[in-house]
Design a protein around this ligand. Structure first.
Ligand code: MG
Length: 434
């Protein structure tokens, strides 16, 4: 069971917020998400592999950096995410988490947001037996401009979306109670435009945004309750995370990544470090908080290992199997490989252990690709103190690793194409608005 929020910030889940810290936002009440974390493991350095929707989802489902699968700048017209008139999508030959598990005998479903292309690039062609969501009609209901497009089909009233998705999720769980299943519940909330049903309106100290998150929390409680009621709790891994950081440009209608720097669309910690909790009673020891570096890339190989499924042979992926870490095996660590912060135009930073090295992101600058700043994230999660002058060897080592990654996957702002990129899916005729 994989639950994905959309644009939910690091500080938007109760157990992630240090509410007493100077400058902290008002807390949002999330007792069910806190319970999920209490009953399992909560990661404090979990990264989405991209700061934007389409690329982040491509990475989550393939275990690959978006740039590897042609999804870092997915739209042929240069827009940073896919739209209903984009004639591109996640290539059908890419192997998704849903395909890995379906081929291992799991019933699979996507409920909610897809954002990896219009038909033929649909969830049903990427391993999901069932799909309930807006793709192929008003695929990008999340974007204000599409919602204002005359003729765009309203899929469901936005204020009812979370409840509707939750009901569908419980229906799917109930239907598949006697067999293995993989349910990807990809909420549209709390992406703008915000809307919430009357039952949740006006309840949160964080305004409408908080109301929307409290509804997401309610939804998670309903799912956990259904699993318990059906006797499935001890046979089900439940994962909750977000696709990218908060949309700070929306002010009170966006979330908070406090105390991290910046938000969505950036490679500041706030853009890509997101809440992530997993629980599986009896398998994942309860009550742990873990600061090891773990990423959305690692979920596919980890889930495959936990399910006993094999990965497709001969296909490079960037994720690592972190089953030993989840199970609490002695000495188990997070990712061995560094984490590379690819934004839509190139590689902007690299993290290994406590260190994060950033590179310039200004196109065509002569210093582009050169180390710019080094941060010690263990003592300075907010990226305030550049310690590069005091740690030149660390900076050189990370810069060399980043350069090796550029050789492999490229860096568009440096004009590097990379040797190992795979192409996106393309169709000749744009689908047009449906
Ligand atoms: Mg998003």
């Amino acid at each position: 069971m994989l639950i994905l929020a959309d644009d939910l910030g690091y500080a938007d889940v109760g157990c992630y917020l240090d509410a007493g810290a100077a400058g902290a936002p008002a807390p949002i009440r999330t007792p069910n998400l806190d319970r999920l974390a209490d009953q399992g493991i909560r990661f404090t350095s979990f990264y989405s592999a991209a700061p934007l929707c389409t690329a982040a989802r491509a990475a989550l489902l393939t275990g690959c950096y978006p740039v590897r699968v042609g999804m870092s700048l997915p739209d042929p017209r240069g827009r940073p995410v896919l739209y209903t008139d984009s004639n591109a999508g996640l290539a059908l030959k890419e192997v998704t988490l849903a395909e890995v598990l379906r081929d291992h005998g799991y019933a699979t479903a996507l409920i909610g947001k897809w954002h990896l292309g219009c038909p033929p690039f649909s969830p049903e062609n990427q391993g999901f037996d069932e799909y309930f969501g807006p793709a192929g009609r008003a695929e990008v209901v999340d974007h204000d401009e599409d919602e204002r497009t005359p003729g765009a089909t309203a899929f469901l009233a936005r204020e009812e979306l979370t409840e509707r998705y939750t009901a569908e999720a419980i229906r799917f769980i109930d239907k598949n109670r006697d067999r293995p299943f993989f349910l990807f519940l990809a909420h549209s909330a709390p992406h703008v435009p915000l809307a919430v049903s009357p039952a949740f309106a006006g309840k949160s100290a964080r305004g409408l945004y908080g109301d929307v998150v409290e509804c997401l929390d309610w939804s998670t409680g309903e799912i956990l309750g259904a699993l318990e009621r059906l006797g499935l709790a001890e046979r089900t891994l439940v994962t909750f995370t977000s696709d990218n950081g908060p949309a700070l440009e929306h002010g009170a209608d966006g979330g908070s990544a406090f105390p991290l720097r910046s938000g969505k669309a950036t490679t500041g910690e706030g853009g890509m470090r997101v809440p992530c909790a997993l629980c599986w009673p009896g398998i994942i020891p309860a009550g742990r908080t873990c600061s090891e570096v773990v990423t959305a890339l690692d979920l596919l190989p980890t889930f495959a290992a936990l399910a006993g499924a094999s990965l497709p042979p001969g296909r490079a992926i960037d994720g690592e199997d972190l089953e030993p870490l989840l199970k609490g095996e002695p000495g188990a660590r997070g990712r061995r490989a560094p984490f590379f912060y690819y934004n839509r135009n190139g590689l902007e930073a690299a993290r290994s252990g406590r260190w994060k090295l950033t590179f310039g992101s200004i196109p065509h600058s002569s210093t582009r690709g050169q180390p710019l700043a080094l941060y010690d994230l263990e003592t300075d999660a907010g990226e305030w103190r550049n310690v590069i002058a005091a740690n030149p060897a660390v900076a050189t080592e990370l810069a060399d690793l980043a350069q090796a990654m550029r050789e492999e996957l490229g860096d568009d702002l440096l004009g590097m194409r990379g040797q190992k990129r795979r192409p996106p899916g393309r169709i000749r005729v744009p689908p047009g608005r449906r």
